[in-house]
Design a protein around this ligand. Sequence first.
Ligand code: NAD
Length: 545
Amino acid sequence: MKDSEDVIPHGARLLCDPLHNKGTAFSEVERDALGLRGLLPPHIHTQDEQMARFLENLRNLPDALEKFVALSALHDRNEALFFRVVCDNVDEIMPLIYTPTVGLACQRFGHIFQRPRGMFISINDRGRIAEVLRNWPRKAGIIVVTDGERILGLGDQGANGMGIPVGKLSLYTACAGIDPAICLPVTLDMGTNNETLLNDPYYVGLRRRRVTGAAYDELIDEFISAAREVFPDVIIQFEDFANHNAFRLLERYRDRICTFNDDIQGTASVALAGVLSALRVKGTSLADETFLFLGAGEAATGIADLIVAAMVAQGIAPEAARQRCWLVDSKGLVVKSRDGLAAQKLPYAHEHAPVTDFLSALKALKPTAIVGVAAVGGTFTPEVLRAMADFNERPIVFALSNPTSKAECTAEQAYQGTDGRALFACGSPFAPVEFGGQTLVPRQGNNSYIFPGVGLGAIACGATRITDEMFLAAAHTLASQVTPADLDQGSLFPPLANTREVSARIAVAVAEVAYERGLAGRSRPEDLRELVQSHVYDPHYRRYA
Ligand code: NAD
């Protein structure tokens, strides 16, 4: 394992090294100095020309999966060009390297497989995970790890889930400028219960059913200790673990290592930012709101927990703050009298008569905000929206479930159903809507606004922990980037194209919290923005000679 401080290979090896390869953009001087003469055609292209050529070819491809494959191939041969393409065309490329295309790419992973990226660690590696991790050729600063059990809304994809850590780390680089050289995607192959995959000859993972219980926990524990031993300062982000493991693992490790779960904490932060924007329009404060969640899983309880933390930070008592958040799960309203509630739901199990469905709960509680995170499409019916419009001058309506087919309602339905008064945010992208002579521009509550900046801030200051207070700071920072013009057109988030600047500001806010709380591993410099900027990767080519 080498430090990412940089050894440039020579000759043909350089052309096969995606971190340094520039293809036809190597200059005459570099070609002589690095043993490339004759290995490349004579004409020297600029990176801009290479990008134009790649985009022309990409745009001629027939579908999103083909485009995913072409982008992966570029990623594998020339990382700088890949990230130029992504960064300069965020709106076009993000949906191709992450949701929604990455879902299909995971399902087809074995069929479109060309070369491995990241590390696959399986249950068969028990007892030697540190040794396995030492095979990684560089020093890792950030790991995104999945066990593939709950890939997006697609369930168990086993080792095929690798598409997610790879895609997510690309977003760390694209949206915040985290150096790709320190990014390590990891898939823990614990087996799969997906029969289709077990019977697929091209499946890349172990042909066995999932391990559970002590054997599962032991593997996770060994992985965490090994990762910390081999890469002492590494940040470990858990991604797309099933509900029953996600909360447990976060609880077990959050106070021991530098870790977070984006499905829970990142989602919470972006949703809270959307709420804060909505409050600016309404001219109210958090304590004036009552939230009713449809869904009571990772997203719902994560968001509720952070809303409570935000209220507590404003001086509201924790119990009173929790009282403002209500959950509806597949069995109805979460109330105190219900048996066998999962631990994360208990803080929101309030005194109330049982209610079996969302509309009845809504009519009983008259919330000011509804947040859909149950992954059941169409559940914000015209009746639900009508009731929200009757109770509220400006109802807050967040339809966050993904993919688009699972959205609780479309943007158009939200505006139509509330006479254009809804303060709306979505989990999937929706086009602008014409309503009452105005163009309303709904924006996605995309986690990519938050986690890249949190990661960058943590790396920059050498954070030893990632805390909810940091996600709170990230939410406030994101909300502060929403302009009055955004709000006027119904947008509760800034344009996605602004993520680089948003991430830099979030990174500063996160580092600020780390320094205040004694959770930074490096001494504090005078200028935090400068510190953050010094860790930002620039995908424009560097000169090697
Ligand atoms: P999860 O599996 O942890 O939770 C789903 C919850 O929905 C569970 O509590 C379940 O009981 C409940 N549920 C299922 N069917 C229901 C029904 N018919 N009525 C009421 N409740 C029902 O999943 P999660 O990680 O919380 O994600 C939920 C959804 O939110 C997904 O679609 C996901 O894509 C989306 N999400 C969006 C964002 C975002 O927009 N930024 C971020 C994270 C998750």
